[in-house]
Every structure is written in C-alpha cells, then in structure tokens.
Design a binder for this molecule. Structure first.
Ligand SMILES: NC(=O)C1=CN([C@@H]2O[C@H](COP(=O)(O)OP(=O)(O)OC[C@H]3O[C@@H](n4cnc5c(N)ncnc54)[C@H](O)[C@@H]3O)[C@@H](O)[C@H]2O)C=CC1
Ligand SMILES: O=C(O)[C@H]1O[C@H](OP(=O)(O)OP(=O)(O)OC[C@H]2O[C@@H](n3ccc(=O)[nH]c3=O)[C@H](O)[C@@H]2O)[C@H](O)[C@@H](O)[C@@H]1O
Length: 447
C-alpha cells in the first residue's frame, strides 16, 4: 500500500520505518528540515534500538522516503497522523495546533485514488476525546471521499520497533455509520495484514472509545507507578522495603509485577502530559470529579523529585552549595535519548539551583546535554563523574549503571554516599563495600 506518515518524531519515524518493513511504500512528512535530512540519509535522528537498521534498509531500497514537501503525500491511500500533542504552556490541556495543521495538509494535498476506495486518514497522535469527531466533520465538509479512523499507538520508547511490528493489540476507532466504518476497516486491515495474520487482538470501537482507550491506558500505568511510590513513602516512614512489597503483591496475577518499580517517578513526553490533558478534558466535559484521583497521581509523582533532592541534602548533612554530585543518567528512562519531562533532568536542575556542582553522565543524551547546556560538566565516563563526588545519584537505570562495581568506585569519591533513585542497586553489596546507601522507600534491612 502507499502510506504517508505526517510527523516523524519518536512515534512517526518508527511507524514509517515499520510500515516499510511490512512491505508498504511509505513517505514520511515532517516540517523539521534537519530531522528529514537525517532520515532521508537512512540515519535515525534519535536513539531508538532497531530503528537505524530499518531506516538504512528501507531508505536504500527506495520503499521509504522522507520529505518536507507536502505535495509528496498526494497519492497515499492512508495518511497516518503522528504529530506532537504537547502540553499547553502553563495549562493542563494538550496543544492541538499540529494535529489540525496535519489535517489541513491532507485536505490540501490528498488525491483520491482511481479504484473507488476512499482516502483514509488514520489518527495515531494522542488526543483529547472528541477530537476525532471534529476531524471527521471537517473531512466530510470537504465533500471529498476522505474518511477517518482513530488508531491509537501504544509503543514504548526503547522498544518502539518491536511494539510496532508485534503490538499486543490494535484498536480501530471507526465512524458510527457502519458503511463508512467498514471502508476504513478494509484499508486498515490491508495495512496491518501481517499483524492480523499473527492473531494480534483487534478491538473495534467508535471514535470516543478509541481516543479514551489510549489515555485510559496511560492513566492506569501512571496510577500504578504513583501507587507504588505512595507505598514507598509508607515504607520510608516505617522501615519497610518497597521492593519486597512490590514483589509480594505482584505475585497476585490480578495486580501483576510490571510497573511497580518505585523511585523518582514517571516522566517522558507522554504519561505526565496525557494525564493532565485527560483531566483538562474531563473538566471541559463537566465530569472533572471522575478524574480527581489523577491530580493525586501527578502530585505523588512530583513529590518523588522533591524527595530525591531532600535525600541529597540529607546525604551531605545540610546545604548543597559547593558539594559535588555525580548524576548517573539524565534521560526519562533507559534506551532512549528523550529528555522530555525527565525526572532526572528536573532533579539535576534543582540540585544545581541549590548550588551543587554537578557531573552528569548518560549513555545517549550527553551530546544533547552539552549542546543545550555548555556550562554543565558532562564527562565521558562514570569514573570521571564520580571522582571527588560527595554524593553519587543513580537517576536513570541504564544497564551499565545498574552493574557498577561499588568496590572499585569507592576509592574515587570524596564521600561514599549513593542515592539509588530507581531502586536497582543491591543495598547490601553497596553497604558492604563501605557506601551509605539511600534507596527510595527501601531502608537497608537484614531481609
Ligand atoms: N513517543 C511515544 O512513545 C509515543 C507518542 N505517542 C503520541 O504520538 C504523538 C507524537 O509523539 P512523539 O513522536 O513523541 O512527538 P515528537 O515531538 O517526537 O514528534 C512530532 C513530530 O511532528 C512534527 N510536526 C509538527 N507539526 C507538523 C506538521 N504540521 N506537519 C508535519 N510534521 C509536523 C514535528 O516536527 C516532530 O518531528 C503525540 O500525540 C504522543 O502523545 C503515542 C504513543 C507513543
Ligand atoms: O503514550 C506514550 O507515549 C507511551 O507512554 C508510555 O511509554 P514511555 O513513555 O515510552 O515509557 P514507559 O516505559 O511507560 O515509562 C514511563 C516513565 O515511567 C517510569 N516508570 C516506569 C515503570 C515503573 O515501574 N516505574 C517507573 O517509574 C519510567 O522510568 C519512565 O520515566 C507507555 O508505556 C506506552 O504504552 C505509551 O504508548
């Protein structure tokens, strides 16, 4: 099939490359010239495992193209919308400007195929419920045979290629008019034929349900993380160990082991802004009370960042002015270079604002950080970062940091204090090597 993907960021570039991998002819459109230049050379503009290989293969074969020229999308049978929906400045809601611009672009450039089938617009961006209805109305007003489906995306950064090629479910949000909905379904079925042949669960729903599925899933994940972080607060107050608690409750299948990692909380370009946009939309719909719990989820989450800063002060016995802190990991999670709403970056910023001298290392984001903040000390190695440190803070659980040897690092630091912001180090191993270990809801206990 001929496919266009509008918006080639973390979602769109991966979607475009994976659609080419499935055998489709794909053109990716973006307004960012630098990004398109890289993608056109078959080079990934951000860190995502598996993406460079797909880009190189399919750009070389000619099945995958990237452009800033909207006329190039004209003959696509499906136009996927993958542009950003960031949080509005100073408000909870989502900025929908880019989605509406993408629809304008499609209306201006899409050309109906000769085979009697419609042009399909498939929304993938995460949007406030009600958006699809509005876009469908705009498409209908155009008087052309352009129809809409909402096809939310559930990929995780760091696993984006696998999540796209073998998703755990596919959701089609379809028009209530069954004839229109069936025409959209037929095109999407052809697009996802490989996944459907592999028995990937397919959920058919109307537009609002499909939009809600996406924000409900992210809200549930955020709630799970804040729940375990609330338990971490209780553990801190009582001498409990939240990692044991999570393990024990997680054995109950109804609860499950995943997403119960307590620490400095969730960040990234999606969970925080999605729960806030969901609350804002509920307010507009007059049902804000249904989501007041998400306010608490957000508050608990942000409190983790305060807690990490307080722990650093506790470790140095007072003020942070002039204290050297080694920050290991600055991205919002491992296996990505994404710094959007990164808890680690936020915590580092607060430590810096309190006068600490920082040395920050990250396997994927050092380069970006040096570009953005040339005043910061961003050494190449962990050894350089921890040399002379009063506190070592592990804020992003990159594999290489989880495996660090406490015995060999201790000789480099000024004071052996380690704050394990993700509860991934072995407290006994670090304590035995001579460190004072600070976990998140995890005192060093005999058990
Ligand atoms: N990043 C992720 O893991 C996932 C993101 N999503 C959702 O997907 C959407 C995109 O997210 P990301 O890819 O992370 O954002 P991003 O910021 O990395 O990418 C958005 C891209 O859209 C481009 N763009 C903006 N306006 C445009 C226009 N008028 N025409 C063409 N391109 C335009 C930007 O230049 C940028 O490259 C958001 O709604 C997000 O919530 C959903 C699931 C996963
Ligand atoms: O809508 C989106 O963009 C995506 O948002 C999340 O994916 P992602 O943001 O890539 O990252 P997650 O793996 O969900 O992690 C989010 C944050 O929660 C934190 N986290 C995760 C799990 C956990 O147990 N504890 C915890 O603090 C991570 O460190 C990270 O900061 C969802 O997991 C995806 O399904 C969704 O498609």
């Amino acid at each position: 099939m001929r496919i266009s993907v509008i918006g080639c960021g973390y979602l769109g570039a991966v979607h475009a490359a994976c659609m080419a991998e499935l055998g489709h002819d794909v053109v990716g459109l973006d307004v960012d010239e630098a990004k398109v230049r890289k993608l056109s050379q078959g080079v990934a503009p951000f860190h995502e495992p598996g993406l460079p290989e797909l880009l190189a293969r399919h750009v070389a074969s000619g099945r995958l193209r990237f452009t800033t020229d909207p006329t190039q999308i004209a003959d696509a049978q499906i136009h996927f919308i993958g542009v950003g929906t960031p949080q509005l400045q100073g408000r909870l809601g989502a900025d929908m400007t880019y989605v509406h611009q993408a629809v304008d672009t499609i209306l201006e450039h899409a050309v109906a195929p000769q085979d009697g089938r419609p042009v399909l617009v498939a929304g993938k961006s995460t949007v406030p419920v009600g958006t699809a209805e509005g876009i469908a109305a705009r498409l209908a007003e155009s008087g052309r045979d352009i129809i809409l489906a909402w096809n939310p995306e559930f990929l995780r950064e760091g696993y984006a290629v696998g999540d796209t090629l073998t998703p755990d479910r596919i959701v089609y949000g379809l028009c209530e008019d069954r004839a229109v909905g069936n025409r959209a379904k037929e095109l999407l079925d052809e697009c996802y034929a490989t996944q459907l042949a592999a028995d990937t669960p397919l959920i058919l729903a109307n537009y609002p349900t499909a939009e809600l599925v996406k924000v409900a899933a992210n809200s549930f994940l955020a709630t799970k993380i804040s729940f375990i972080n609330a338990m971490a607060e209780l553990c801190d107050a009582t001498g409990g160990d939240v990692t044991r608690l999570a393990e024990a409750i997680g054995h109950d299948d109804r609860i499950g082991r995943k997403f119960l990692q307590a620490g400095i909380g969730f960040g990234g370009g999606c969970l925080p802004k999605d729960i806030r946009a969901f609350m804002a939309r509920a307010g507009e719909l007059g049902v804000d009370e249904a989501l007041t719990f998400l306010r608490e989820v957000d508050t608990i989450n942000l409190r983790r960042r305060d807690h990490a800063v307080n722990l650093a002060e506790e470790a140095v016995g007072g003020r942070l002015v002039g204290k050297k802190i080694a920050v290991l990991g600055i991205t919002f999670k491992p296996d990505t270079d994404d710094l959007r709403d990164s808890p680690a970056l936020d915590i580092a910023g607060r430590l810096w604002a309190r006068g600490a001298e920082l040395a920050i290392v990250d396997p994927a984001a050092s380069h970006t950080l040096r570009e953005r903040r040339p005043d910061l000390n961003v050494p190449e190695t962990v050894e350089e970062a921890v040399t002379g440190a009063d506190v070592v803070m592990l804020l992003t659980p990159w594999r290489e940091y989880v495996r660090l040897d406490p015995s060999s690092l201790i000789s480099l630091v000024n004071s052996p204090n380690v704050i394990d912001g993700r509860n991934v180090l072995d407290p006994h191993e670090w304590a035995d090597a001579g460190w004072t270990y600070y976990g998140m809801g995890r005192g060093v206990s005999a058990w």
